[in-house]
Ligand binder design. Sequence first.
Ligand SMILES: NC(=O)c1ccc[n+]([C@@H]2O[C@H](COP(=O)([O-])OP(=O)(O)OC[C@H]3O[C@@H](n4cnc5c(N)ncnc54)[C@H](OP(=O)(O)O)[C@@H]3O)[C@@H](O)[C@H]2O)c1
Length: 214
Amino acid sequence: MKIAVLGTGEVGRTLGRKLVSLGHEVTLGSRTADNPAATGWAAETGGACGTFADAAAAGEVIVNATGGLVSVAALTAAGAANLAGKVLIDVSNPLDFSGGFPPKLVVPPAGSCAEEIQQAFPEARVVKALQSMNNAVMVDPARVPGHHNVFICGDDPSAREVTADLLRTFGWRDDQILDLGPLSAARGTEPLVLLWISVSNTVGTADFNFAIAH
Ligand SMILES: NC(=O)c1ccc[n+]([C@@H]2O[C@H](COP(=O)([O-])OP(=O)(O)OC[C@H]3O[C@@H](n4cnc5c(N)ncnc54)[C@H](OP(=O)(O)O)[C@@H]3O)[C@@H](O)[C@H]2O)c1
């Protein structure tokens, strides 16, 4: 599949590397075509890179791995026409680091980053996924032993299914993929990032995840 990964940070590069290893044609998107993190990633992985618009135009599926507070700006640069009708998997978190660490959570007016994106790009098929864990665990769930979950939500059931299929190829089992239904569920999953930070500081590792017992 042709996949655009928008974001040249650790998350975008990790997801992009995994997707290339699975045989996808990945284009990593950035504000600039010559971003060194992106060109280095392309040389290392055999993937392509370009601007946000180049990547989004090339992708059949879009992954948003930009900062949650700049995601609408990044996606605007990607171009609404390049997002229309496509599954847009949003892994962002709305964190404000301006006051230092730990960051504060910003609740966007729409209720969550994912809903903010959906509102700005109504023709995109937004699915929130993966943002409640570290990027290494996103693409290799076996790093965490035992039962643990990945949450997905979105208003388009077929887009959630496309996302779940991709997650299965990452190694997520069906019993780990918790489909929470509508995109408004992101109002609950995005704030988990603050708990994640506290737990990480306490247990001293990023190789952990949330598990739902019921
Ligand atoms: N770190 C993790 O393991 C983890 C886990 C779960 C969720 N997340 C979330 O995943 C997302 C990506 O995290 P990250 O640490 O990999 O990267 P990041 O530093 O949060 O974001 C990097 C990307 O944001 C773009 N960007 C920065 N300012 C921008 C602006 N004003 N307008 C448009 N684009 C802008 C950058 O563009 P350029 O390429 O041009 O520099 C870059 O591509 C974040 O939302 C984060 O909260 C992270």
